[in-house]
Design a protein around this ligand. Structure first.
Ligand SMILES: CC(C)(COP(=O)(O)OP(=O)(O)OC[C@H]1O[C@@H](n2cnc3c(N)ncnc32)[C@H](O)[C@@H]1OP(=O)(O)O)[C@@H](O)C(=O)NCCC(=O)NCCS
Length: 171
């Protein structure tokens, strides 16, 4: 899958080191659920899983230098409902602000609507994650509701927005 600035490719076990580094970077994980610390071997093993309808995980690669810079997932897709959920992060911080997440979102959403015939793509974002909200709004996602106090950081609870996108809203 090719966008303007990025291409999406399957992740390989050798990508584990990059993912492991990003997943343990507090700045990258600031507004994401980071779960339990995972050994590198477990990250590597998880990358042996095959992509399939409903659970797609792709590496985001910057076309300009062929560097893996992040991950995008289109998960929980159900053919019966045509609904799926999306997650993205750009782990290589030097690429932030370069338009890569926006392009990766457009590319995966286009794939979801055109090839998987999805009816709707949804995501959640912490209300304080202004950069991510800006990306989602640029792509066309619309706020649909607010979930109260779902992520705890530094002793404070933060809310999340639910956002959704239909095919004719993708920009
Ligand atoms: C959020 C994230 C995905 C954005 O990726 P990116 O490649 O930098 O995004 P883009 O360059 O495509 O767009 C960023 C937009 O946010 C804007 N932005 C950046 N910081 C901002 C802030 N503090 N407040 C408001 N807007 C901000 C940029 O100006 C840009 O908008 P513009 O094109 O109108 O100028 C990336 O920073 C990231 O992965 N962060 C860590 C993980 C994360 O939070 N993931 C999302 C979980 S829901």
């Amino acid at each position: 899958m090719i966008g303007e600035l990025i291409r999406l490719r399957a992740l390989e076990p050798d990508d584990a080191e990059a993912l492991h580094r990003w997943n343990h970077d507090p700045e990258v994980m600031r507004w994401m659920f980071d779960g339990y610390a995972e050994p590198l071997a477990a990250t590597r093993k998880s990358l042996e899983d095959k992509n399939r309808y409903g659970q797609l995980v792709y590496g985001v690669v910057a076309q300009k230098d062929d560097t893996l810079i992040g991950v995008v997932q289109l998960r929980d897709a159900e053919p019966e409902t045509g609904c799926a959920n999306l997650d993205i992060y750009i782990g290589e911080k030097s690429y932030w602000g370069g338009g890569y997440a926006t392009d990766a979102m457009r590319t995966i959403c286009r794939y979801g609507f055109d090839k998987m015939r999805l009816h709707k793509i949804s995501l959640t974002v912490v209300t304080e994650n202004h950069a991510a909200r800006r990306v989602y709004e640029k792509v066309g996602f619309i706020e649909e509701g607010r979930l109260r106090k779902v992520l705890r950081r530094d002793g404070e609870w933060y809310d999340e927005y639910w956002m959704g996108l239909f095919p004719d809203e993708l920009r």
